[in-house]
Ligand binder design. Structure first.
Ligand SMILES: Cc1ncc(COP(=O)(O)O)c(C=O)c1O
Length: 372
């Protein structure tokens, strides 16, 4: 039986020859490759989670609240408090990570015979989830500084009339934010072309110098803002993502979500984390300072650094980015090669982890200079 491979199965044609997504999970001393928050949850929060999970465990014979009302209400309160725009329960939807939110959006608004567009390099899961949902993928342009060139992007939207447009801000893996006016103009272009749904992926917005684009939801029923607790809340293992949009979008997503998709354990754990929002956002301030220190020190070494509004920094240029990645790994530090030519990405870790990374790239630089 072991000689049967995927291609021997009647698998969908578009999946043949492809590989699953995943950054290497290597056991090295310093892991700065998946944009996680390096700080473990504080002990009082761990205790609170244990308490809420114990309580929820008594009801696990029942299915969870299918509509996650308490959690969505708490997420709406968080967004209203921090996002500069009032949203309520009916504007918010939650799922297992923002990846699942995006999958549900593409199940509802993409699918066979439809297309989605993103401006690349960007978060590669957008294209992969498109593939998984049978949605055609169109790669839109960025300029050589990794910014969205508005005229080129508007032209691409007018030409392809995608059903869904992704705008990732701050962008991953480059780190730069998309100006608000550009998002507004792309929304207008997408409405003129189709009209299409515009998904603004704000996974990293809490690390940004600017503010959330949440206020743009007013009067824009085709706009969706997608968020996550994986980064700023330091809870990547929890798997909790959410969106804010017009209530009709939330209704549409409910047509495709699996019933009881969000376990009772996930719901209460996320609620406990939200009770500790202020403590968790305190770590974000520390990480922003470390992100800026990484950028400054890399620049001082002579590297090119893309301005970052996220919890990571893209740097280069390398004649061979993959070889540089390997050499940094040889020094015990795992960063990310996202396949952007000449560039690597490092996530801001603890000060000690960042020092280890900076030492590794300093040595690498010396090695290259000696051999060159
Ligand atoms: C831009 C962007 N969106 C979404 C996600 C997925 O986050 P989640 O852990 O909520 O699925 C990531 C994770 O790296 C990301 O970089």
């Amino acid at each position: 039986m072991s000689d049967v491979r995927i291609d021997d199965l009647p698998v969908r044609d578009e999946l043949r020859g492809t590989s699953p997504y995943g950054a290497p999970q290597l056991d090295v001393p310093v892991r700065l490759n998946t944009n996680e928050n390096p700080y473990p949850l504080p002990e009082p929060l761990v205790e609170r989670i244990a308490e809420r999970v114990r309580e929820a465990a008594r009801g696990l014979n029942r299915y969870p609240d299918r509509d996650a009302v308490e959690l969505r209400t708490a997420l709406a309160a968080y967004l209203t408090r921090t996002g500069g725009h009032e949203v309520g329960l009916r504007n918010v939807w939650a799922a297992n990570g923002s990846n699942e939110v995006i999958q549900q959006l593409l199940q509802a608004f993409g699918g066979p015979g439809r297309t989605a567009m993103g401006f690349e390099p960007s978060y590669s899961m957008h294209a992969l989830i498109a593939r998984g949902t049978g949605t055609g993928w169109i790669s839109g342009p960025r300029d050589e500084d990794f910014a969205i060139d508005l005229a080129a992007a508007e032209k691409a939207i007018a030409e392809h009339c995608p059903d869904v447009v992704f705008i990732t801000t701050p962008n991953n893996p480059t780190g730069n934010a998309v100006p608000r006016e550009t998002v507004v103009a792309l929304y207008e272009a997408a409405q003129a072309a189709k009209p299409s749904m515009v998904i603004v992926d704000e996974a990293y917005v809490e690390f940004s110098h600017g503010s959330s684009l949440l206020p743009l939801l007013k009067g824009r029923p085709h706009l969706v803002i997608s968020r996550t607790m994986s980064k700023a809340f330091g809870a990547a293992g929890l798997r909790l993502g959410y969106l804010a949009a017009h209530p009709a979008v939330v209704d549409a997503v409910q047509l495709v979500r699996l019933p009881y998709h969000l376990s009772a354990i996930t719901q209460v754990t996320a609620l406990a984390a939200l009770e500790h929002t202020d403590t968790l956002l305190g770590y974000v301030e520390q990480l922003k300072r470390e992100r800026d220190r990484l950028a400054d020190e890399l620049r001082a070494m002579g590297y090119e650094v893309t301005a970052s509004d996220a919890n990571f920094v893209q740097f280069g240029r390398f004649a061979d980015a993959h070889e540089a990645w390997r050499k940094i790994l040889d020094r015990g530090v795992l960063v990310r090669d996202n396949g952007v030519p000449g560039r690597l990405r490092v996530t801001a870790g603890t000060p000690a982890e960042n020092d280890a990374f900076l030492d590794a790239v300093r040595e690498l630089k010396k090695e290259v200079e000696l051999s060159g």
